[in-house]
Design a protein around this ligand. Structure first.
Ligand code: SF4
Length: 397
C-alpha cells in the first residue's frame, strides 16, 4: 500500500480523534501545522499515526530516494573552552593529556590521505580553542581548496564562528563573507542544541545563544550559501521546547530558504556531565523524526546519522520521514563514539550502505553536499554480489 493510500485509510477511520484528523487533513493538503498542533503530536501522536503522516510527506517529496554521501571528518581538537553539560569533549580539558590539537599540517595530511579516494566532502568540526582563530581557519580552507579544488569544504558551526569573529572584532556578515572567500562552501548544522533559553542556559550557557546561531546562518544564507540545522533532543527539554526549536528554524527558513537538511541528534549520556539523564527510547527517536518531518514543511531533507543511532534504527527511520542517512564515514569521527553512540568505530563502505538502504525497499542515491546525484545505485550490483556460478557435477548411475 503506498503512502497516500495509507493516509486515506487513516482518514477513513470514523473513530479517529478529531484533533488527529485535523492534522492528518492538513498534511494531506500540504498545509502548515501550528505550534500547538506540533506539541499535540509529541504528546498524543502514536508512532503508527505519526509514521503514516511523515512517510506521506517523505514519499511525496522524495519517493523512495534515500541519500548518502562520501565524506571524511576532520576534528581539529577534542578540547574546548566551553563547558556544555552534554558534551564529552569539555570534560577532557581538565585532562589535557588525553586531548589532541592538530596543526594545519596535521589536518592537511588528513586531507591528503584521501587523495585518489572518491570522497566529495571534508566535514570539519570540533572543539573551540583560542589558537584556532579566524586566520587559522582561513588558511586551512584555502589550503584545502588549493590542494583539491573539487572537494567541498563543509566546516564549523556558529559556535566557532561567533567565537573567532568576536576575537577578530569582525561582525557576522563580514566574517562569513571572509570565510566564503577563503573556501568555505557550506555550514554543518551543529551547535543548535535546544534554542529555548530555559534549557540552553542549563546545558550550554556560555556559547552562542539561539539568536546568534540563527543570525550567523542568516548571514551565510544571504551570501547565497546553504547550511544544515540540528536539534539535540531527549534530555531535559520538554516537547514545547522542541517545537519552539523547530518553529525558530521554520521561521528563518521562510525568510532565507538556505537550509537544506534538518538533523535531529539523540542525546547520549556516556562520559559527560549529564550521565544521570536517561536516554530516549528508539520509539521516541522515531516519533521525533516523524514530528520533525511534519513540522518542518519548508525543509527538503531530514537526516539520521546511522553512526549515532545504529544501522537498524537508521533503516527504520526511513519510514518515519528520514530520506538521508549521511555518509560512508570511516572512523575519523570521534564525536559520536565519545558520547556513547551505538557505533564506537563507525565505518561503513558504500557497498554496505547501499545494501542497508535496499534491504528496506528504498533507492540508494549517492549525492554531493548540495544533493546533486552522483550515482544512482538502484540497479548497480557490486562485483562480489554477483551470484556464484554452479557447475554441473557428473551424475553417477
Ligand atoms: S558541545 Fe561543542 S562547544 Fe560545547 S563543549 Fe562540546 S565541543 Fe565545546
Amino acid at each position: 500500500m503506498n503512502s497516500e493510500h495509507q493516509l486515506d485509510t487513516l482518514l477513513g477511520d470514523q473513530n479517529l480523534p478529531q484533533a488527529h484528523r485535523n492534522i492528518a487533513e492538513k498534511v494531506k493538503n500540504s498545509e502548515r501545522i501550528t505550534f500547538d498542533e506540533g506539541v499535540y503530536l509529541y504528546e498524543k501522536g502514536e508512532l503508527p499515526y505519526l509514521g503514516i503522516l511523515a512517510n506521506f510527506i517523505r514519499e511525496k517529496r522524495h519517493g523512495n530516494n534515500t541519500y548518502f554521501n562520501r565524506n571524511f571528518h576532520i576534528e581539529p581538537t577534542n578540547l574546548c573552552v566551553y563547558d556544555c553539560k552534554f558534551c564529552s569533549y569539555s570534560v577532557l580539558i581538565k585532562e589535557k593529556a588525553q586531548g589532541w590539537e592538530y596543526t594545519l599540517e596535521d589536518m592537511m595530511n588528513i586531507v591528503k590521505s584521501y587523495d585518489g579516494e572518491p570522497v566529495t566532502e571534508a566535514h570539519i568540526v570540533g572543539g573551540v580553542l583560542p589558537q584556532y582563530d579566524m586566520a587559522f581557519y582561513q588558511s586551512l580552507f584555502s589550503e584545502i581548496k588549493k590542494h583539491r579544488p573539487e572537494l567541498h569544504v563543509k566546516a564549523l558551526t556558529p559556535v566557532e564562528y561567533h567565537y573567532i569573529f568576536k576575537k577578530a572584532k569582525v561582525d557576522y556578515a563580514t566574517g562569513m563573507k571572509l570565510m566564503k572567500e577563503s573556501g568555505l562552501e557550506s555550514m554543518p548544522g551543529g551547535g543548535a542544541e535546544i534554542f529555548h533559553p530555559e534549557i540552553r542556559e542549563q546545558i550550554a550557557k556560555d556559547k552562542c545563544n539561539a539568536d546568534q546561531w540563527l543570525q550567523i546562518h542568516e548571514e551565510w544564507h544571504k551570501l547565497g550559501m546553504r547550511s544544515n540545522a540540528t536539534m539535540l533532543y531527549g534530555h531535559i527539554e520538554e516537547f514545547k521546547h522542541r517545537i519552539d526549536h523547530l518553529e525558530r528554524l521554520r521561521n528563518l527558513q521562510d525568510k532565507t530558504g538556505g537550509f537544506q537538511t534538518f538533523i535531529p541528534l539523540k542525546f547520549r549520556n556516556q562520559d559527560n556531565q549529564m550521565s544521570h539523564v536517561a536516554e530516549s527510547t528508539i520509539l521516541e527517536d522515531l516519533r521525533n523524526y516523524a514530528v520533525s518531518r511534519i513540522y518542518l514543511d519548508n525543509f527538503d531533507h531530514i537526516k539520521a546519522y546511522w553512526a549515532m543511532i545504529s544501522r537498524s534504527t537508521a533503516q527504520l527511520s526511513l519510514n518515519f520521514g528520514v530520506d538521508d542517512i549521511d555518509g560512508t564515514l570511516d572512523d575519523t569521527t570521534k564525536i559520536y563514539a565519545m558520547a556513547g553512540a551505538e557505533e564506537q568505530h563507525p565505518a561503513m563502505s558504500t557497498k554496505e550502505l547501499v545494501k542497508l538502504i535496499k534491504e528496506v525497499g528504498r533507492k540508494p542515491l549517492e549525492r554531493d553536499t548540495l544533493y546533486n546525484v552522483i550515482t544512482d545505485y538502484e540497479n548497480i550490483e557490486f562485483a562480489d554480489d554477483v551470484k556464484p556460478k554452479y557447475y554441473a557435477l557428473p551424475v553417477l548411475n
